[in-house]
Design a protein around this ligand. Structure first.
Ligand code: NAD
Ligand code: ZN
Length: 706
């Protein structure tokens, strides 16, 4: 999609008569300045951009092109003449003793840009064809925010954002929370009286994903990308917020530094600067390289491009810098950028595109994920047509609708994501998204449990989307215990269409198995024997094997003991199910919903028809009424008035309970005596019931008189 589709100005621009062309172009330049200033404000001041960088860069390039044709039109407030944004008033300001500039950006991602840069540098330095190649330092261009760290006599005294390049914001309080930034310079660096270190604060991709997952779980707004999350964290007035968002740092240069006469270092090249910074305890990228000539820069650009997805942080390009500092000085600066450096970009990781539809995918565990079907868009180096919307709440929060223009992000190996709707909104808008009430794959009921963000399909035994997972769970040792039926074989069986539900396992024959790739007759008959043997099982194992959500091994055993037969469980109401030990409303509802799905019942019937059986009623049926503490976990703390610790433990265990050494949410009771310690505090904190010896004895006595 082109800029013209997106910018509000597009409607009024582009008259056709050539006489008007100049006026129209002038008007366009003005519109672009207004737009760019608006977006720069959202980006630099609010840390909340509305459009992807690539879109901003396109607008910027368009303005630059017009200004290049008409240099007399350039205004001092043009975004092409300025760096960054004005500092926020909430912060104290810091005047940079050496300005913090931008870097000229080469958006053309092919190798020619590196060669052209080298050619320009050679020309500007007056080098001829016979002069040796120029040495450069090539570095990743970290996608974070620039920070200047000021050290006096080796101690961090001030940290500032770039701001407008001349004046930045004092963010010392948040920068101090970043563990990678030394509060004191190491070694010889400590002797340098004045030292300004320039570098990039960024958020690693995994930290960013974790932060957004936390935000989503808490029902809060997610961040568009790691850069914005990092910038937002640094520009917080409250340092605890920054501390809760793990940030990292790379040093890539220096500002004001004491001269050698005043104890400062004697540097001849940028490479030496980086090595020294590393020795002084600053994190310096391991990917910085010394390159000789333009071709080496082009090679570096390609190699880092191949590595980009594997790096744990976002880079949006690489930076080439002339290595010799005296040459850097000779080359000097233009308005907002040094002449001796250039940023050579990579394909953007965020782009605009349109939502064609919102579909719902069912994962292998039954989780429903809304997925946006997109107008194909090239983002992060690949063409993307699908992007996740995570869950229903997330769609509602971002208010993504069919027909909207959205920002799509694809970075690293993370699946592409719709991060935000981009203005302007279409008129009229599509209908708000609604999660389906039935699984789009198998038609079973869809539920969303209390306190959960995800919707799930309840047709676990039958749903084609959950097949492989269901079979693997069914076959595992603690369930039906079918040896040899591992992931590979399950993949093969399902992919070959031999097994659709777990019941099909009992219909497999030797010929079918031997027909599979790399399946010898011997192992085939072993698997068949294991399947045959699994037919004789217990109700508890069978229940667990069904893969009902929240029904683990222990709950399955409790259910078997309490109800005795499968029929009794299948027909029990949500109310009745809760009479079993440890079955609360959530578990009960999950069980009842599972058995209410006709497809699940069909599969169970087929399993029994194939000969899967167990003793009826369960041999332990009713046992728990004699052992009233069955399934209960106790923690003992302090000294009890009459029972010793060992006695108390023995009596609890005799009644079927368990004694554990530490308090958790799973603890049912804490028995507290004299001088109870931290376990008691923990119990109160978690809301675990606390009883004394008398209370324990009352529970134990219930054992004799059920
Ligand atoms: N989406 C929006 O609305 C919006 C608005 C304004 C700006 N932007 C984006 O901001 C960027 C332009 O901003 P800019 O002028 O700050 O330039 P820039 O961020 O592209 O380049 C300069 C910066 O690069 C950083 N950098 C990273 N690694 C470096 C290294 N190894 N050596 C030196 N510097 C390194 C420094 O922080 C430096 O300040 C563009 O990507 C633009 O798309 C986006
Ligand atoms: Zn389903």
């Amino acid at each position: 999609m082109s800029t013209a589709d997106f910018t509000p100005a597009a409607a009024g621009a582009a008259p056709t008569a050539p006489a008007d062309a100049d006026a129209a172009e002038r008007a366009r330049a003005e519109t672009l300045r207004a737009l760019l200033n608006y977006h720069a404000w959202r980006y630099y001041v609010l840390d909340d951009p509305e459009i992807p960088d690539a879109e901003y860069d396109r607008l910027f390039a368009e303005l630059q092109a017009i200004e290049a044709r008409h240099p007399d039109w350039v205004t001092p407030d043009s975004p092409t003449q300025r760096v960054g944004g004005r500092p926020l008033e909430a912060f104290a300001t810091v005047r940079h003793r050496v300005p913090m500039l931008s870097i000229r950006t080469e958006t053309d991602t092919d190798a020619a840009a590196a060669l052209a840069f080298d050619a320009r540098i050679r020309k500007e330095l007056g080098l001829g064809p016979d002069d040796p190649p120029v040495t450069y330092v090539a570095e990743p261009k970290f996608d974070g925010l620039a920070i200047s760290l000021r050290y006096e006599a080796g101690v961090l005294v001030c940290a500032a954002t770039r701001g407008d390049g001349e004046t930045g914001e004092d963010v010392t309080h948040t920068i101090r929370t970043i563990g990678q930034i030394p509060l004191r310079v190491r070694g010889a660096g400590a002797a340098v009286l004045q030292l300004e270190v320039r570098g990039e604060v960024y958020m690693r991709r995994d930290a960013f994903e974790a932060l957004n997952a936390r935000q989503r779980a808490a029902g809060e707004k997610t961040f568009v990308n790691p850069r914005n999350a990092a910038a937002g964290a640094v520009r917080q007035l409250d340092p605890t917020v920054a501390a809760s968002r793990p940030l990292s740092f790379f040093a890539y240069g220096v500002g004001e530094v004491s001269p050698p006469e005043a104890g400062g270092p004697r540097w001849a090249t940028h490479w030496e600067v980086l090595q020294t910074l590393r020795e002084w305890g600053f994190p310096v990228s391991e990917w910085a390289r010394r390159c000789s000539g333009g071709q080496a820069l082009a090679d570096y650009h390609r190699e880092m491009g191949e590595r980009r997805d594997q790096l744990p942080y976002d880079i949006d390009g690489v930076v080439y810098k002339v290595d010799r500092l005296d040459w850097q000085q000779r080359l000097g600066f233009v308005t907002r950028e040094p002449r001796w450096a250039i940023a050579h970009k990579y394909p953007a990781q965020e782009q605009l595109t349109r939502v064609l539809a919102i579909e719902v995918q069912v994962g292998r565990t039954g989780k429903l994920t809304p997925v946006a079907k997109l107008e194909p868009v090239f983002v992060g180096g690949v063409t993307v047509t699908n992007a996740t919307l995570h869950n229903a709440d997330e769609v509602a929060r971002k208010d993504v609708r069919v027909g909207d223009t959205v920002i799509v992000r694809r970075a690293g190996d993370v699946i592409p994501e719709v991060v935000a709707v981009a203005p302007p909104l279409p008129e009229p808008r599509g209908a708000p998204f609604r999660m389906p009430t039935h699984c789009p794959v198998c038609g079973s009921a869809v539920v969303r449990e209390e306190g959960e963000v995800d919707h799930r399909c309840t047709g676990g035994l039958y749903c084609p989307a959950q097949r492989k997972q269901a079979i693997l769970h069914f076959a595992q040792r603690r369930a039906m215990d079918i040896e040899g039926l591992g992931e590979k074989l399950v993949d093969q069986l399902v992919d070959a269409g031999l097994v659709r539900t777990v019941a099909d396992l009992y219909r497999l024959g030797l010929t079918a198995l031997v027909g599979l790739d790399r399946m010898a007759e011997k192992s085939a008959s072993n698997v068949l024997a294991a399947i045959e043997a699994s037919k004789t099982t217990t109700l508890a194992r069978f229940l667990f094997a069904l893969g009902i959500r929240h029904v683990g091994e222990r709950t399955a055993r409790d259910l078997a003991r309490h109800f005795g037969t499968l029929e009794a469980i299948m027909d029990a109401s949500v109310q009745t199910l809760q009479q079993a030990p440890d079955v609360g409303p959530v578990v009960a509802r999950s069980i009842a919903t599972f058995f209410a799905q006709p497809h699940n019942r069909e599969v169970i019937e087929q399993l029994r028809a194939c000969g899967v059986h167990w003793p009826q009623p369960d041999p332990e049926y009713g046992a728990h009424t004699l052992r009233p503490l069955a399934g209960k976990t106790f923690v003992l703390t302090g000294t009890l008035p009459t029972l010793t610790r060992e006695q108390a433990q023995a009596r609890i265990e005799a009644a079927g309970g368990k004694v554990s050494g530490s308090v958790s949410r799973k603890t049912d009771y804490v028995v507290a005596g004299e001088a109870a310690g931290s376990k008691l505090d923990k119990a109160r904190e978690l809301g675990v019931p606390v009883i004394d010896e008398a209370g324990l004895l009352a529970l134990l006595n219930a054992a004799v008189s059920p």
